[in-house]
Design a protein around this ligand. Structure first.
Ligand code: BDR
Ligand code: CA
Length: 313
């Protein structure tokens, strides 16, 4: 079976870590490279965390590229209050030895899309969209070469998680999000509306802990840390696993359903900056620009994570 070629763009981030491990564990994905961006924590930490995660998976062969240290037009907002000071709360961290590539992440994205056959590379976007927006602005020819952009971001029915109206990844760089949503490529959006329907539970975490490898236990420890915070802070039953849903969608889209709709991004208002109004009923008459996911088979999702994590060391 031929593999799906992906680039992962990420800001690890606890849920990013589980997503990256899941992708590296999948025999059906070719991870061409990973680009880091500033988001949950500043760029030096997201780059370092990406190296740590690849070393957990024993995948020192995966090229890691550091990208943009700041959003396009605004100061960086981070999320240590969720992911901890290092960005990877809940697990012991080592000093990674694998290298960071000299090539900037934006150049890497442009070069890869130009080198690979058109329509063969899927972009898995797990953080603010700064790197991709920069690549699109610098090299608009790449848009027609993208197979699909699958991006974790946005919220509509569920409300926001960083402000009442905005989801974190979009809020951090709403200008980049607007560039990406308007670029014309095929886009699947994985918003809070779907990730909040697949939360961790003691039974789901226990299932990962029974895997006879390090990756299963790392994922279980990360989820335990996330769950503790979400249960304490929001009084909900478990923690949403936002970014792994991107990888799961690429691997098994039948686990999800949604609707083709038009989504815009608020770039002006102080009150609702980063909000992603979804034209669910087509009242604007605007052409749909995304496949907006709202439903997930949660049991199937956790089973998919477990089966891919099981192949790792
Ligand atoms: C998104 O924000 C980050 O904190 C997570 O890693 C995820 O990508 C969820 O809103
Ligand atoms: Ca993320």
């Amino acid at each position: 079976m031929s593999k799906t070629a992906i680039i992962i763009d990420t800001d690890p981030g606890q849920d990013d870590a589980v997503a990256i491990l899941t992708a590296l564990g999948s025999p059906r994905l070719e991870v061409i490279g990973i680009s880091a961006v500033a988001g949950n924590v500043p760029l030096p930490l997201t780059t370092q965390n990406t190296r740590i995660i690849c070393e957990w998976a024993n995948r020192q062969d995966v090229p890691i590229h550091a990208g943009c240290a700041h959003p396009l037009l605004r100061p960086l907002v981070t999320a240590e209050h969720v992911h901890g000071k290092t960005g990877l709360d809940g697990v012991p961290l080592h000093s990674p030895t694998m290298p960071v590539q000299e090539e900037h992440a934006v150049d890497f994205i442009i070069r890869t899309l130009r080198e690979r056959a058109a329509g063969t590379v899927t972009l898995c976007m797990l953080g603010p969209l700064t790197n991709l927006a920069m690549a699109i602005v610098r090299a608009p020819d790449i848009v027609g070469r993208i197979k699909e952009i699958v991006m974790m971001g946005g919220a509509y029915f569920e409300g926001g998680n960083i402000t009442p109206s905005a989801e974190f990844n979009i809020y951090v760089d709403p200008d980049a999000a607007a560039t990406v949503l308007g670029c014309g490529a095929a886009i699947t959006m994985v918003p809070l509306d779907v990730t909040h329907k697949a939360t961790t539970s003691p039974a789901r975490i226990a299932m990962l802990r029974t895997l006879p490898n390090r990756a299963g236990n790392l994922a279980a420890d990360i989820m335990t840390s996330l769950e503790r915070l979400d249960v304490q802070r929001y009084g909900i039953n478990g923690a949403p696993l936002h970014d792994p849903a991107v990888i799961a969608y690429v691997l098994q889209p039948s686990l999800f359903s949604g609707k083709r709709v038009h989504v815009a991004v608020e770039q002006g208002s102080e009150l609702t900056l980063g909000a992603t109004p979804v034209d669910w009923w087509g009242v604007t008459g605007k052409h749909p620009n995304v496949n907006y996911l709202t439903e997930i088979d949660a049991e199937g999702f956790f089973a998919l994570l477990a089966s891919n994590l099981a192949t790792l060391p």
